[in-house]
Design a protein around this ligand. Structure first.
Ligand code: KFV
Ligand code: CO
Length: 159
């Protein structure tokens, strides 16, 4: 096992009520454009990825992102979060080299794994969540990016 398990900050997940309006806010305020727009039924979200800078991990081909999240309904993780806390930071996603090994190691420390197995995430990544109650109140996501099958070079930025 190579330490540290977390290799970089992949994205900050931000809960919003209206994805289109929030995309406009980030464009008008910061000049950030949308790289990908996806609906993830399993996670109950419609989401946009906005790339921020080249990041520290240029060699791996993945910069840092802001991930804007609009719930598909009230009874989803983001829908419940909005009702309880309102708009704001929902989770932090960290890069890991080997998500299955990371889950086994972190699970072994007693931290509760929301996902025992990796699930499908943005841009074809494998993702898994750790319970916020065991990570100091922060919903924490592990992200393993699969470069070959999902080259960002092929993702067209949307205007
Ligand atoms: N951050 C911190 N605490 C949170 C939280 C969050 N985002 N969401 C809920 N909680 C706290 C909440 O304040 C409450 O604490 C407790 O968790 C239960 O809340 O001290 P308290 O007041 O008891 P509930 O009942 O509202 O939520 P629950 O049904 O228990 O679900 C919470 C949780 C974390 C298990 C659920 O949201 C979950 O499974 N989340 C993982 C999946 C997810 O969030 N998907 C959306 C993002 S998809 C994504 O990022 C993708 C596709 N991607 O590629 O990156
Ligand atoms: Co995320």
């Amino acid at each position: 096992m190579v330490l540290p398990l977390l290799t970089r900050i992949d994205h900050v997940g931000i809960a919003c009520r209206d994805l289109r309006k929030t995309i406009d806010l980030y464009r008008e305020t910061f000049g950030l454009g949308v790289l990908t727009l996806e609906v993830n039924e399993e996670q109950g979200v419609r989401e946009a990825m906005l790339a921020v800078g080249p990041g520290a991990d240029v060699a791996a081909g993945r910069p840092g992102y802001v991930q804007l999240l609009e719930p598909l309904g009230p009874d989803t993780p983001v829908g419940k979060f909005l009702a309880r806390r309102g708009e704001g930071i929902h989770h932090i996603g960290y890069g890991v080299a080997d998500i299955k090994a990371a889950l086994a190691a972190i699970g072994g420390t007693g931290v509760r794994l929301i996902d025992e197995r990796p699930r499908h995430g943005s841009m074809g990544a494998s993702i898994a969540f750790l319970h916020p109650a065991d990570v100091g109140g922060v919903l924490t996501e592990l992200v393993q990016f699969h470069r070959i099958e999902n080259s960002e070079g092929s993702a067209k930025p949307l205007k």
